[in-house]
Design a protein around this ligand. Sequence first.
Ligand SMILES: Cc1cc2nc3c(=O)[nH]c(=O)nc-3n(C[C@H](O)[C@H](O)[C@H](O)COP(=O)(O)O)c2cc1C
Length: 177
Amino acid sequence: MTGVPTVLLVSGSTRAGSTNTALIRTAAAIRPLETRVFDQLAALPAFNPDDDVEPLPAAVATLRAALDQADALLICTPEYAGALPGAFKNLLDWTVGGAEMPALPVGWINAAGVAAPTGGEGAHSELATVLGYVQARVVDEACRRVPLSRSQVGEDGLIDDPEVRAELDRAIDALLG
Ligand SMILES: Cc1cc2nc3c(=O)[nH]c(=O)nc-3n(C[C@H](O)[C@H](O)[C@H](O)COP(=O)(O)O)c2cc1C
């Protein structure tokens, strides 16, 4: 690593009041010098191998550049219908043809609370499969369970709970360690 190491933060949810996105925003707020948020999930076009050529669609180029500049990746994603949200799987599909993922340290926060009947297990199992496929380096210490409820998201879109913030700190430390 050269200079200040950077963790790219990605939420797998496009929902405005998302607890997963709140976690990502909170991580950026507590570690502003070492994090960068990718916030163009909804702008990514549906993956098409025919479009995986230069010039890339703008949001794909932004994603690949952000991954290229990142020293690590932290993901917070909900589970939909027993699996990863389609929009987020689409993001991961766009990484397959790039050179950025192999050996990139990756962690994920499982924020599933009582509203998530399977506790996010299916999403995280799929995440492990896809990250293995793209040869990312999953950092076990940076994969943490932080159950959240919607009421924990403040009006500023952040999570104040010091325990939650401490878990985010630990995940980022593990990724950068
Ligand atoms: C369409 C839909 C399908 C869902 N399917 C599952 C599921 O299969 N398993 C699960 O644990 N939670 C499921 N959930 C619950 C969400 O994963 C859970 O509420 C999550 O914490 C929401 O994250 P968010 O606050 O970032 O939107 C589903 C929610 C929606 C809207």
